[in-house]
Design a protein around this ligand. Structure first.
Ligand SMILES: Cc1cc2nc3c(=O)[nH]c(=O)nc-3n(C[C@H](O)[C@H](O)[C@H](O)COP(=O)(O)O)c2cc1C
Length: 345
């Protein structure tokens, strides 16, 4: 069987090429395919544990599920030291994976207490060893690193760490300009992206508070970074990629109609049914459908019913009923700044 990964073309990095961020619990195969249809240029998997991969646990295998249409794909790994990550890289390379990212941003205690994720910001030599191993296994031009500013205010890792990563041959760097101890509080400090842009030559992808297409354009204008990565913005509105492309091309297209948003739900449903365990896919739609339809002010009870669906036919019936009930225009969706029920790494 040919690997779905092996057909990946060049990895696009540029202002016209919006990426989908790694989103644990969310950036699975159906969601990535939906985002790609909406104009996402490259997508990341949820973070994959190097150890989980070596011990081949079911959750890890599920995260790695892919498809020939799911390209170009960046597989994000996390792990506490070079040997484990190196072993995992060999397995991924054997599967045909071409592009890799190292998670150095996850601040969830479950991950950091093992020395992985954002904890690596405090052990830069270990981080550099891991990256060196990754580049040796995958080749130059194939590996990126996703970081925060440092562990806590005052423990700044830039620009020195970026220079050293550049020397090791990484191909891009993604920066979410918050401190690990900050979690998601406060605001992403885009001025730090602008400063880093002046200090290194490596392509920089911005992540952080890109909730709308307009946010992403402002971030590009204010910082001069090479590209943007949508995270919570895409979770709330997968059409954000299309909107961003329309904004850049000044086409002025308006996607905020009930029919369009219902179309997103239907398409996600089709993709989930085609690529996921049926029960799992149905349960996921209980949160996905209300999320994509949150801008509709009417039909509250129908939306509530979406959170309790027990069958695909029930979902279809509710979507048909919603289409009849909803007004013709909805307000421009602005994703909430607060978290999804799941705290992001
Ligand atoms: C639910 C959720 C899951 C996340 N999972 C990951 C992950 O697996 N790996 C990672 O590097 N970042 C992860 N992040 C961080 C995002 O990729 C992104 O950097 C962060 O949300 C900031 O972007 P935003 O403010 O535009 O959402 C996650 C965030 C959220 C909200």
């Amino acid at each position: 069987m040919t690997s779905p990964f092996s057909s990946s073309p060049r990895l696009p990095i540029g202002p016209e090429d919006p990426w989908l961020a790694p989103l644990a619990g969310f950036s699975d195969l159906p969601f990535r395919l939906l985002c790609r249809e909406q104009g996402c240029a490259a997508a990341c998997t949820e973070m994959v544990s190097a150890k989980g991969l070596i011990f081949s646990n079911a959750a890890t295998q599920r995260i790695l599920a892919s498809h020939t249409a799911d390209t170009p794909l960046v597989v994000q790994v996390y792990g506490p030291e070079a040997e484990t990550v190196g072993q995992a890289m060999e397995m991924l390379c054997d599967r045909g994976v071409r592009f890799f990212d190292l998670n150095v941003g996850c601040s969830v205690p479950k991950v950091t207490k093992t020395g992985s994720g954002a904890a690596l910001l405090r052990t830069p030599e270990t981080l550099l060893q891991i990256v060196k191993t990754m580049v040796a296994k995958a080749g130059t031009g194939q590996v990126g690193v996703k970081l925060r500013l440092g562990w806590r205010p005052g423990e700044d890792v830039f620009p020195e760490l970026a220079w050293r990563l550049e020397d090791l041959g990484i191909a891009w760097l993604t920066l979410h300009p918050r401190w690990a101890t900050q979690g998601y509080s406060g605001q992403a400090d885009w001025s730090r992206l602008a400063r880093l842009r002046e200090q290194i030559t490596l392509p920089i992808i911005a992540s952080g508070d890109l909730f709308t297409a307009e946010d992403a354009q402002r971030c590009l204008d204010q910082t001069g970074v090479n590209g943007v990565m949508f995270a919570r913005g895409a979770l709330w509105d997968p059409a954000i990629f299309r909107k961003f492309r329309a904004l850049r091309s000044k086409s002025g297209a308006d996607f905020a109609t009930p029919a369009f948003c219902l179309g997103l739900v239907r398409r996600h449903m089709e993709l989930a049914r085609a690529h996921q365990d049926d029960r799992r896919a149905l349960l996921a739609m209980r949160t996905i459908a209300p999320r994509y339809l949150r801008s509709f002010t009417g039909a509250k009870s129908l939306r509530t019913q979406l959170t309790q669906i027990e069958s695909w036919s029930q979902l279809e019936t509710l979507l048909d009923a919603l289409l009849k009930t909803l007004p013709h225009q909805v307000s421009q969706p602005r994703p909430m700044k607060t978290h999804t029920s799941k705290e992001g790494p």
